[in-house]
Structures are given as C-alpha cells and as structure tokens.
Unconditional design. Structure first.
Length: 132
C-alpha cells in the first residue's frame, strides 16, 4: 500500500481510538482526589489532561505510527482532521478545547518521538550485500 494512504489511515485510526479511549481515562483521572496544596489549574493540566488525554494520545498515536509504518506528518494531519470532525459532530468542540489541546500535544510528541526513533526508515531491513 502507498505510504501516504497508510499514513492517512493510521492517523484516522489513532484519532478514532484516542477519541473513544480517552473518554474513560479522563473520567478516571478526573476522579483522583486533588491534594489541598496543589493549585487547581496545575492539577487539571498535569493530572487530568496530561495523564488522561495527552499520555493516551502519545501512546496510541505512536503505536499507530509504528504499526502502519506511516509518515508522521501525514498521519498527524489525518489525526487532527479526524479528531476535529469527531468533536464537531458530537458537539464537544465548543467546550472540549482543553481535551483537544491535550490530544494534539500527545500526538505531536508521538510524531516527534517516532521521527527520532525511526530516522529515514533506519529500522527497515536491508538485503545482505555480497550474499549469494
């Protein structure tokens, strides 16, 4: 299959998976009890959206990039389009901007990590030279 098509499909799959998986993880991380010494904005950014949305987006998008052997840029663009469309269709776009921002941060970090882990398809098997 062509690389751009695999990349677009991989980004779309990761966007849909993140959308549905992140709903439950956001509920779990939101249920954590905030300590009295922690400011609400920092707790919300680090624990609720950091663990519940950004970390999930990082793991799922990185897994999709590895499974589909996709280009990070095409996959990230497809991911953004699918998540925007899903949030727009479900009506969550008006009040879900923090969640969307956390997803984008996680997906961008996954794309950067994928670029560092696989520069120029360095893990691609190459035929042995000089072998019969």
């Amino acid at each position: 299959m062509q690389v751009p098509i695999k990349s677009i499909i991989g980004g779309a799959v990761s966007g849909i998976a993140i959308y549905f998986v992140s709903i439950s993880t956001l509920g779990y991380t939101n249920a954590f009890v905030m300590p009295s010494w922690a400011p609400l904005a920092v707790w919300e950014a680090v624990v609720v959206f950091g663990l519940g949305a950004a970390l999930i987006a990082l793991l799922i998008h990185l897994a999709a990039l590895l499974v589909f052997q996709a280009r990070a840029s095409w996959s990230l663009a497809s991911f953004l389009a699918v998540t925007l469309l899903a949030m727009g269709l479900s009506g969550h776009l008006t009040y879900g901007t923090k969640t969307l921002a956390a997803w984008v941060v996680g997906a961008v970090l996954a794309s950067l990590a994928y670029g560092k882990l696989r520069p120029n398809n360095s893990f691609k098997p190459t035929p042995l030279r000089g072998a019969a």
